[in-house]
Design a protein. Structure first.
Length: 596
């Protein structure tokens, strides 16, 4: 009987494993986006002035094609025009402002989760596919995922930054004209989403020039189209900043005023930002990045070409964003600088640090003589950030989300809602320094030991990131939210209603104004008779004059509006048609007049 050859059949695991890996990434993205959408439903309505600004910009752009906020014209480039253009159609087609707000949150969640895709494509150049998948998942669960609950640019910027870094890696691998063009377009897109991300272009271009083992002159010749394009972009942006910086008191440059630049504030902001970002990533990844950069200089064998490229991109991107954000903070007047700026200046680079950490672990957690110095440096940076902040220098460097878990001991003693109790200088800063010193010392000790299991290094990192993420969401979800229901103003008025304050709103009223802007369509302007709002919508405040007979005027003309929203303590000549939670709505008698 003739025998026939039997075809070799691969074990089922070897056949299904690549398929599972290919399906795992879409599953991670979809699951991550779904989780962020669900968590976003628990967050309060707009709680920051920036949210109200973006909502109004998108609403006006969708309806009239103009960049305006409650009737005040705004230069389009100052507030993330790409993000505003993306969400403007939502505000045009959504039935109500509240529904538009929720849809934008869902869009933010999917944009943030989609950043796992470029993170994975970056990671596979330096680590195994399994580790790259872990990095992709970690990209979604960073503490910065709390920004998906805000109508702000961070979620879209996160996605664009990682695609831009991937484009730079492709140029470094093979600098074709097409790949250079993609990098230029990506850099422009990043700057259009957040202007400070313009720093990515020169930072990544420098890596493309010096990051390859070849003659610099030859590399410059190959990258001539990229360098010329980026040079033109940076020069154009510099001219734009120069001609708009004089408008810093208004909205012209989002508060940027070159004449008020302080080198001391810039230096302090740089130290604080680096220390905050170090702590934000859990100290260990930041130390691994420093160690990888040192190893590249020594031509260490454990640094593969892919890891070398990723580490250089991570270092250059971090430095570029630190310089740009510190320069911006160094120009702001004291009254305009936040006491605790969030991590929105630097968190975009965190996945790159996780890639370097994964590669170092896969290489066997190699340690050389320089690791001890690197570990100590990474452990000390957060302490320096706090010390600089406590020195009394008005700088605004501390990262609110990064330092949030360490500020928990003060929650019980604070009398306000969580976002305002994160000032690290009160009341016991020595406890903060002790906690940071203990955590940093633990990380430095474990990193510097000659032999250490990788799991021993990951444990404190996971604890730090997990606690930080949970605390960030707790602070966000439990943030004070005024109880006026969405659409309450719309239910009692027609389009063209105004908000009018005879005095400066208190903290609760300032919060409520932001929520009213985000959840009602009929509000068209906000006016202040005496002292403008110092905690709410400073950039749209307009002063009006009260005449002796109580009538109100703006630029010499009577102020007319059929419906007026005001504090319940203020009386308007007309008919009171609704009152709730300290607010009142009047059908006004024209010309508009105060009754008290």
């Amino acid at each position: 009987m003739a025998s026939f050859p039997v075809a070799a059949v691969a074990p089922p695991r070897q056949v299904t494993r690549p398929l599972r890996l290919r399906l795992a990434l879409p599953a991670v993205v979809i699951a991550g986006a779904a989780i962020l959408v669900v968590i976003g439903l628990l967050a309060p309505v707009p709680s920051t002035p920036d949210e109200a600004i973006y909502i109004e910009l998108a609403r006006h752009l969708g309806l009239s094609g103009k960049f305006e906020i409650l009737g005040v014209a705004f230069p389009g480039w100052t507030y993330g025009p790409a993000y505003v253009a993306l969400i403007a159609p939502i505000f045009r087609i959504a039935p109500t402002a509240r529904e538009a707000y929720l849809i934008v949150r869902a869009l933010n969640a999917f944009a943030f989760a989609a950043a796992a895709v470029p993170a994975y494509l970056i990671a596979i150049r330096a680590v195994s596919r399994r580790t790259a998948l872990v990095v992709a998942a970690a990209t979604i669960v960073l503490p910065a995922s709390v920004y998906t609950t805000k109508v702000m640019t961070e979620s879209l910027a996160y996605l664009v930054v990682l695609w831009t870094v991937l484009a730079a890696l492709r140029v470094l691998e093979r600098p074709s004209v097409a790949r250079q063009a993609v990098l230029v377009v990506s850099s422009l897109a990043a700057a259009a989403v957040r202007f400070e991300l313009l720093a990515l272009a020169p930072a990544l271009a420098l890596v493309c020039i010096f990051g390859k083992n070849c003659r610099v002159r030859d590399q410059i010749r190959r990258l001539a189209p990229l360098l010329l394009s980026i040079g033109a972009i940076v020069m154009g942006a510099g001219v734009l900043v120069h001609f708009t910086s004089s408008a810093a008191a208004g909205a012209g440059a989002h508060g940027l005023d070159l004449q008020k630049f302080s080198f001391a504030r810039f230096a302090a902001s740089t130290v604080g930002s680096l220390g905050a970002f170090d702590l934000y990533t859990g100290v260990v990844p930041f130390a691994c990045l420093l160690y990888a950069l040192v190893s590249i200089r020594r031509n260490a064998q454990w640094v593969s070409p892919g890891l070398r490229a990723v580490a250089l991109m991570a270092g250059a991107t971090t430095l570029g964003l630190v310089v740009s954000s510190s320069a911006y903070l160094g120009t702001l007047p004291v009254t305009a600088r936040p006491s605790l700026p969030p991590d929105r200046y630097l968190f975009y680079v965190a996945p790159l640090l996780l890639v370097v950490l994964g590669a170092w672990i896969e290489a066997g957690c190699i340690r050389e003589a320089g690791m001890a110095r690197v570990a100590v440096t990474a452990a000390v940076l957060p302490l320096l950030a706090v010390i600089v902040d406590l020195s009394g220098v008005p700088l605004a460097t501390i990262n609110a989300i990064a330092f949030l878990p360490w500020a928990l001991p003060w929650i019980a003693t604070a009398g306000t809602h969580p976002p305002l109790l994160l000032h690290l200088g009160q009341p016991r800063p020595l406890l903060l320094l002790a906690a940071l010193g203990a955590y940093g010392g633990l990380c430095a000790w474990r990193l510097a030991r000659p032999k250490m299991d990788a799991h021993a290094l990951i444990k404190p990192l996971l604890v730090c990131l997990t606690v930080t993420t949970v605390c960030a969401y707790f602070a966000n979800v439990s943030a004070h939210s005024y109880s006026l229901p969405p659409g309450w103003l719309d239910a009692h008025t027609n389009a063209g209603a105004i908000a009018l304050w005879a005095d400066s709103p208190n903290l609760t009223e300032s919060q409520a104004l932001r929520e009213i802007v985000g959840a009602n369509d009929n509000l068209s302007a906000i006016y202040f008779v005496r002292q403008p709002d110092s905690l709410g919508l400073q950039q749209v405040e307009r002063r009006i004059v009260e005449h002796a007979d109580g009538t109100l005027a703006i630029r010499g003309r009577p102020l007319n509006a059929q419906y007026v929203l005001t504090a319940a303590r203020t009386r308007i000549v007309g008919t009171l048609i609704a009152r709730r939670n300290g607010f009142a709505i009047y059908r006004a008698r024209l010309p508009l007049r105060l009754a008290n």
